[in-house]
Design a binder for this molecule. Structure first.
Ligand code: UDX
Length: 443
């Protein structure tokens, strides 16, 4: 439609690339902007620079319609747009737990300076509470006189591996700090998901910012809770996988995010809880910070626990032992290895002198870039070949589908540690494996 708002998306990482493609899919004219020429070239050529199921097909389809394009030319993209989504990253600072806001500030400044007409700037990046109010002041300083520009906050909750579905069918749409005009614009942009039942929560800027980080903090807390209970289960000879199923039947609790194991990693949960911890302390909310500190410690402790289990399985030392590691990605269905518990464990065992061979169906290349000194296999068989112990660190379906009876003879000693709680202890033990699981009783 001629009067539909034209959209720009600043930042074409996991969040921005998916958002740009999804908005084009909804029928809008979308320009994705990034400072990284290689990323822009790849996307413009129809290639998604990371593994995300369903996204390549949708990218190609929407590039072909002419509604979607990618550029490094922020000035002309912004000049033509009506709604500008800020989707750049907010990584953890090198020297503290705080979020690095340099990219958000740079992107917002660039948009503000290049505005030529009335516009809405929509922050989607995950930021510490209070950031949006400061960005509003920045926009007021930087925008040309005479343009009417509003900055609002609309956090994004997408999961990697399910990014397309999460963007097109969000659990909720949070609109922070909107006026009647910008609310109407965003309701137009999100008309399809709203029509399909996504609830809309209209609120102020700080609440909108906090909804996002609290959601991630809650998910992280749920995982660390079950991991803490897993420790009790192990000590008491109970089985945390059965316990989690039983807990999950209570609708107030729910079964999701109660998988005990190696804990959470990735580009969001770890850095987001640390940033919230830092911000809560700044605000004097020390109890919240203390809770999150425990969540983080329990989570990191799971990695130590698995390292200890591997040491134990090898009789106290892994020096020169062969360890087959199945999984490098921080979770299945992604090639993302940022803060990956699996790679962390693999690297720690390598440092202790083990010969570690890692196999991951998608993340081998990204893992190799980060940890070039580990050995990488191109198949499960190659990874477990001659192993003294096999570690299952990411629960890819492919691993769960393996026949333990076929794998056992390939190893030096048929010993497996299931750090994700998804293997059948009974099936592996029947096939002759010495099976240990996090949070599960010994045989
Ligand atoms: C998360 C949030 O889910 C998403 O809403 C937010 O926008 C970004 O952060 P993502 O990082 O893609 O998404 O991963 P998620 O699926 O949440 O998993 C996070 C980590 O928790 C993974 O390492 C996963 O292995 C771990 N996890 C998850 C568990 O250890 N146990 C569980 O029960 C669930």
């Amino acid at each position: 439609a001629g009067d539909a708002p034209r959209l720009t998306v600043l930042g074409t990482g996991y969040l921005g690339a998916t958002h740009a493609v999804a908005m084009a899919e909804l029928g809008f004219d979308v320009t994705g902007v990034d400072t990284d020429q290689a990323k822009v070239d790849a996307l413009q050529a129809g290639k998604v620079p990371f593994y995300e199921p369903g996204l390549p097909e949708l990218l190609e389809k929407n590039l072909a319609t002419g509604r979607l394009r990618f550029t490094t030319d922020v000035a002309s993209a912004v000049a033509q747009g009506d709604v500008h989504f800020v989707c750049v990253g907010t990584p953890q600072q090198r020297t503290s737990h705080a979020a690095n806001l340099a990219y958000v500030e740079a992107a917002t400044t660039a948009v503000a300076r290049h505005l030529t007409k009335d516009a809405v700037i929509v922050g989607k990046s995950t930021v510490p509470v209070g950031t949006a109010a400061r960005l509003r002041e920045l926009v007021a300083r930087e925008a040309p006189a005479g343009v009417d520009v509003e900055l609002v906050w609309n956090p994004e909750f997408l999961r990697e591996g399910k990014a397309v579905g999460d963007t097109l069918h969000p659990d909720r749409i949070v609109l922070g700090g909107v006026s009647a005009r910008s609310e109407a614009v965003l309701r137009t942009v999100y008309a399809t998901p709203i029509a399909e039942g996504s609830p809309v929560v209209v609120t102020d800027l700080p609440t909108a910012e906090l909804v996002k980080v609290s959601a991630n903090a809650f998910l992280a807390t749920k995982i660390s809770f079950i991991n803490a209970i897993a420790g009790v289960c192990e000590a008491a000879g109970a089985d945390v996988t059965v316990l989690a199923d039983a807990l999950g039947h209570d609708v107030r609790i729910g079964r999701q995010f109660l998988d005990a194991g190696l804990g959470f990693g990735g580009g969001c949960l770890p850095k987001d809880i640390r940033a919230l911890m830092h911000r809560a302390n700044e605000l004097g909310a020390h109890r919240a910070a203390g809770l999150l500190q425990q969540v983080d410690e329990i989570n990191m402790g799971q990695r130590e626990r698995v390292i200890d289990m591997a040491l134990e399985a090898c009789g106290g030392s892994v020096l020169n032992r062969r360890i087959g590691v199945l999984g490098a990605a921080f979770k299945p269905l992604t090639d993302d290895v940022r803060d990956s518990p699996a790679l962390n464990v693999a690297a720690a065992l390598h440092l202790r002198g083990a010969q570690v061979t890692v196999y991951d169906p998608e993340a081998g290349d990204t893992a190799r870039r980060l940890f070039p000194t580990l050995s990488y296999a191109t198949s499960v068989d190659e990874a477990v070949e001659g192993a003294d112990v096999v570690l299952v660190l990411t629960e890819w379906d492919q691993f769960l589908g393996e026949d333990p009876a076929r794998l056992a003879p390939l190893t030096h000693r048929a010993r497996v540690i299931d750090a994700r709680g998804k293997l059948s202890a009974e099936a592996w033990r029947t096939a002759g494996w010495d099976f240990t699981g996090l949070g599960r009783a010994a045989a």
